[in-house]
Design a binder for this molecule. Structure first.
Ligand code: PFF
Length: 451
């Protein structure tokens, strides 16, 4: 049964709420380490091209599906075509896989925030600090529990609106502060090479994996291919300009990721003396590099503390939207009360979060297809399930309900300017590229072929 739906007040309300879900650890933590790992400028270029084509088309399609049906993912696919109901179910699994490990990383952010606030910023500067911290069996788990608890409390009390209000103030501060840190980092001795690495595409670094990583990141960062934007679309009023809203969310989301890269990658060069191996630090990159930047700044502990506080807020607005999505699915499917659903989601999160945390230390030797737990969950959701869902969504829109139905929905308010781009991307370019890339990357991870 569908519950009564509220709607966002006007255009700004919708854009900000969707941006609150989109902007999070994906932008500040995940984007820079992937850009560093997958060739810098070439990754950035591929990401930007995908954002204005795939990202634009998919986000428009998802929001329009939601607004047209007034339903969230499971109901929406079913209402439009019964044969595609299974896509709704597939979509529902993804946030459940992401939520636990997202909260593990949210726990790391909380730990850094508390370290900075309690005057222990200097301890975090040592190269070994991050690795030692995440390898401990108990401490990271406590921070994970704290972060998960915070998320659950907000969802339980239903104070998302309050959090959104706070983040409306915090987001602009985050942007200003990130720009200041980025400018400072870019002008550190040795950092210019990093700026060049990040901005100048080097085509010799290009591979199918670059495209897959960029595509997975795009879906993750914009909360696409997991039903979230369908749900948000269902709350959107008909008089809000859909195309323009999509553009605004994209600019906001990509802008913050871009600045985060500028903040972190040049700093890696400055501190490693140009040793490119330091770029491959993976998920720890932000946690290893930023404390060093803060340490070298006047008033760095304060700036660092403020920065981690803002990141925590950005992360919370995203994890709340993730948990909210899973809770509503559990409620609808199992017909349980909201509180019971929250408890079930909490239990699953703990069960999946524990290996994600221990995999960085005492369970480090347990690998699934060569990946530690956290990386495995990340890989399965971002590089396998999300591309599959995106592919199915393209087929659904391109050949079942037809692009015209989405265009008509968008045109309830204003002419849809990028019609042709939308049609071509959703019918041809996106599905073909997704299949090729998916196959090549899965073969790559399974060690069958390197492309
Ligand atoms: N888009 C968020 C980020 O970039 O951090 C992560 C996320 C939030 C993914 C909500 C999925 C989601 F439903």
């Amino acid at each position: 049964m569908e519950k009564q739906r509220g709607s966002f007040t006007g255009k700004l309300g919708f854009v900000l709420a969707a941006a609150g879900s989109a902007v999070g650890l994906g932008n500040i933590w995940r984007f820079p380490y992937l850009a560093a790992k997958y060739g810098g400028g070439i990754f950035l270029l591929v990401y930007l091209i995908l954002a204005i084509t795939f990202g634009f088309a998919l986000m428009s399609a998802e929001i329009a599906i939601g607004r047209k049906t007034g339903l969230s993912a499971i109901g929406a696919f079913k209402a439009l075509d019964k044969r595609f109901s299974f896509v709704g179910y597939l979509v529902s699994i993804i946030p459940m896989i992401i939520l636990p490990y997202y909260c593990v990383i949210g726990g790391w952010v909380t730990k850094y925030l508390v370290s900075f606030l309690s005057g222990q910023a200097s301890a975090t500067v040592a190269d070994s600090f991050f690795g030692n911290f995440v390898a401990q069996p108990v401490e990271p788990m406590l921070w994970f529990a704290l972060y998960l608890g915070l998320t659950a409390i907000v969802v339980f009390l239903g104070v998302e609106k309050g959090v959104e209000k706070v983040s409306k103030i915090m987001m602009p501060i985050l942007i200003v502060l990130s720009v200041i840190i980025a400018v400072y980092a870019m002008f550190m001795p040795g950092a210019m090479d990093g700026v060049i690495y990040y901005l100048k595409p080097d085509f010799s670094h290009f591979s199918a994996t670059t495209v897959l990583a960029a595509m997975g990141q795009l879906f993750y960062s914009m909360s696409l291919a997991m039903g979230i934007m369908i749900t948000y679309g269902s709350y959107m009023k008909k008089d809000v300009n859909l195309e323009q809203s999509v553009r605004n969310i994209e600019i906001f989301d990509t802008g913050i990721a871009f600045i985060a890269g500028l903040m972190i990658i040049p700093a890696v060069f400055a501190f490693s003396g140009g040793d490119e191996a330091a770029l491959g630090k993976g998920p720890g990159l932000m946690f290893v590099t930023l404390p060093k930047v803060f340490d070298s700044m006047a008033g760095g502990s304060f700036i660092g503390g403020l920065f981690f506080l803002l990141v925590l807020f950005a992360a919370l607005t995203s994890s709340i939207s993730l948990m909210e999505a899973v809770v509503s699915i559990v409620r609808d499917k199992f017909n349980v009360s909201r509180n019971k659903a929250i408890l079930i989601v909490l239990a699953i999160s703990v069960i999946l979060g524990i290996p994600s945390s221990l995999g960085n230390g005492i369970w480090g030797n347990i690998k699934i297809i060569g990946l530690a737990f956290l990386d495995f969950f990340d890989f399965i959701s971002n590089s396998v399930l999300m591309p599959i869902v995106a592919f199915l969504t393209c087929i659904f829109v391109g050949y079942v309900i037809k692009p015209e139905s989405i265009i008509a929905e968008a045109e309830e308010t204003a002419p849809f300017k990028a019609k042709t781009l939308f049609r071509v991307v959703i019918k041809y370019i996106a599905p073909i590229c997704i299949v090729l890339i998916l196959i090549s990357s899965v073969l790559d991870v399974l060690g069958i072929a390197k492309i």
